[in-house]
Design a protein around this ligand. Structure first.
Ligand SMILES: Cc1cc2nc3c(=O)[nH]c(=O)nc-3n(C[C@H](O)[C@H](O)[C@H](O)COP(=O)(O)O)c2cc1C
Length: 179
């Protein structure tokens, strides 16, 4: 079976997870932007994408190029700032994914969530502005109305935090039978 790891990463945390997964499984890892990526050549596609305003970076664009979904298997891994052990958070992420890809792909995909990091001093102007707008919106909400995502944003706002944990790849390797 031909397998590939594809990742969508702006600031490198998702790329680091993808590269570590590649190292452990000996499956090639490529950015979704890599011009050599021929997505239709693979039977198992492991897509890792950073979460940006609910979207999984590069996922929809990459998976749209697949011609015969029926012959493929999918593992989708999100990397975000919010706590993936929070059930509501996981549900929100899954619902967002559902709206971004074909029903058949969603139905077949094994979905996992990892935690990334953020360094505000490295954010682009657009991303900084987006985060500022969301921060201003959520910080005045009563605590019981704040979601796990809101809380993560408030706690980490304007800081540099790194929640990368390579041991969280173990579950993906095991359940995906990648080695
Ligand atoms: C503009 C912006 C929007 C983001 N939106 C989300 C989000 O909706 N959910 C989440 O959990 N994390 C969100 N994050 C945090 C990123 O997912 C996190 O920093 C991730 O590690 C980025 O991956 P990368 O370093 O591979 O680009 C956002 C970060 C930025 C800058």
């Amino acid at each position: 079976m031909n397998k590939v790891i594809v990742y969508g990463s702006t600031y490198g945390t998702t790329r680091q997870y993808a590269e570590e997964l590649s190292k452990r499984t000996h499956i090639k890892a490529l950015s979704f932007k890599d011009s050599t990526l021929q997505i239709n050549d693979y039977d198992l596609i492991i897509y890792l994408g950073g979460l940006y305003a609910g979207g999984v970076l590069g996922m929809a664009k990459t998976l749209k190029k697949i011609k015969d979904i029926s012959s493929k298997q999918f593992i989708i891994v999100t990397v975000g700032l919010s706590d993936p052990t929070d059930e509501v958070n996981r549900k929100n992420i899954r619902n967002n994914i559902k709206g971004q890809i074909a029903k058949e792909v969603f139905g077949k995909a094994k979905i996992f969530h990892l935690r990334g990091g953020i360094d505000y001093s490295r954010l682009s102007f657009v991303h900084k502005t987006m985060m500022e707008l969301v921060y201003k919106k959520v910080k005045n909400l009563p605590e019981e109305k704040q979601s796990a995502e809101d809380k993560a944003l408030i706690e980490t706002y304007n800081k540099s935090v790194n929640f990368l944990d390579f041991s969280s790849l173990d579950e993906i390797i095991k359940e995906g039978q990648l080695i």
